[in-house]
Design a binder for this molecule. Structure first.
Ligand code: UDX
Length: 421
């Protein structure tokens, strides 16, 4: 099937390339000329492991011309940004502008699908807008939220737990069955549009709650002398709970959880529904970062090697990264910071440019060389492979519990983790 994907950002690009891998004829559209030129020559403007290789192995085209891209296409996926408005609600202007253009430029049936995370009710807004713009157009609206995690997005797309499709008629459902024909039929969960829109927010809110929960349990363990690693493992073995997303850390960050939680609260507020649990997750996560700063400051040190700047491992993304908040707070209190990351240095340099006491290192051993204390703030797997014999400073505070405490202490390190032991 010919599929058009509007927006070649993170979601659009990964989805487009993966649709092509599934054997569909894909045209990706973006207004950014530079991006289109780069993509045409095989360059991927985002950091996502495996994406450049996958892009070079599929047949896919990129264009600025939406009219051409729409011609002969049965399904159009809107994957443009939904930035956060000042009040925390999702800014739908790009989504609605894309829908209007689709209406103006289409002359045959279109299934108009939102792939971006959009508040409940957006499908209905798109429907009204498209009908008003082009009353003759034969079309349907649908929601197909993505659940991709940065760093493992291709695997998430190709091996989904479920594929959620919110539809308003049988024809739309049939189109999705064709698009996702490579996956077992039972993976497709069909709902109405508004429920599909809510599923995305509900999933992200639940995962964020799970993380905040385990972070609070880590605090409790630490105070009463428990061991969060053992607690987390045992709690997660209960199949009703599950072991994933039970790793304590410095709080969740990234482009989705913080934004989506605020957006769901906004939807609730607009509909006079109180989501007090989700409200408290926001507070818990905000306090978490300060708590980490206080914990670091309790250890006497003037020069700090900060290992990790990205909001999690395997990405260059620093949006809402707890590591960045920690860097800023430590720098504000006059400490000298030697920052390291495997992919996020360039982004961090820009974000932290006002702090003259933060310097950046490509080599983690150089970052640690002159430091009194190492702080591990991002869960890059590579940090686990550090050659400890090359590290001079003997103090480590591990906010991601990457190391085996007993093992590292045997190597002569004063090791502080979170959640006790
Ligand atoms: C998330 C959702 O997982 C994904 O389904 C959605 O499409 C987009 O948002 P992403 O933002 O890429 O994906 O990151 P994710 O791997 O979910 O991690 C989010 C944050 O939670 C990171 O800061 C991470 O470090 C933190 N985290 C995650 C923990 O602190 N502990 C955990 O156990 C898991």
């Amino acid at each position: 099937m010919k599929i058009t994907v509007i927006g070649s950002g993170y979601v659009g690009l990964v989805s487009g390339v993966c649709f092509a891998k599934l054997g569909h004829e894909v045209v990706c559209v973006d207004k950014d000329e530079k991006k289109i030129v780069a993509l045409k020559s095989g360059q991927v403007p985002i950091f996502e492991p495996g994406l450049p290789e996958l892009l070079s192995s599929v047949k896919i085209s990129f264009t600025k011309n939406l009219k051409d891209a729409l011609s002969g296409s049965g399904a159009v996926f809107i994957a443009v940004g939904t930035p956060q408005d000042e009040d925390g609600s999702a800014d739908l202007s790009y989504v609605l502008a894309a829908a209007k253009e689709i209406a103006e430029l289409s002359d045959s049936y279109k299934l108009i699908v939102t792939k971006s995370t959009v508040p409940a009710g957006t499908g209905a807004k798109i429907k009204t807008l498209v009908s008003a713009t082009n009353p003759q157009l034969d079309f349907a609206v649908a929601s197909n939220p993505e659940f991709l995690r940065e760093g493992v997005a291709i695997n998430d797309f190709m091996n989904p737990d479920r594929i959620v499709v919110g539809v308003e008629d049988e024809k739309s459902q049939k189109i999705f069955e064709e698009i996702y024909a490579s996956f077992p039929r039972e993976k497709l969960v069909t709902t109405d549009i508004i429920t599909a829109e809510l599923i995305k927010y509900a999933s992200n809110s639940f995962l964020a709650t799970k993380i905040s929960f385990i972070n609070e349990m880590a605090d409790l363990c630490e105070s009463v002398g428990g061991n969060i690693k053992q607690l987390s493992k045992a709690v997660g073995l209960d199949s009703r709970i599950g072991e994933k997303f039970l790793n304590p850390g410095p709080g969740f960050g990234g482009s989705c959880f913080p934004k989506d939680i605020l957006a769901i609260l906004n939807v609730a507020k607009e509909n006079n529904v109180e989501l007090s649990l989700i409200n408290s997750v926001i507070t818990s996560n905000q306090k978490r970062k300060q708590k980490m700063v206080d914990k670091i400051r309790q250890i006497p040190a003037q020069k700090i090697a900060l290992f990790g700047l990205a909001f999690k491992g395997n990405t260059d993304d620093i949006r809402y990264s707890p590591a960045i908040t920690i860097a800023k707070e430590l720098a504000k209190s006059g400490l000298e910071i030697f920052a390291h990351d495997f992919a996020a240095i360039e982004n961090s340099r820009r974000e932290l440019s006002e702090f003259k006491n933060i310097s950046f290192f490509e080599d983690l051993y150089e970052a640690a060389n002159d430091a009194d204390l190492i702080v591990i703030a991002t869960e890059w797997e590579e940090y686990k492979k550090i050659d400890l014999s090359k590290i001079k400073t003997k103090k480590i505070i591990d906010l991601r519990n990457l190391f085996d405490a007993e093992e590292i202490r045997k190597n002569g390190f004063e090791y502080f983790c979170i959640g006790g032991k």
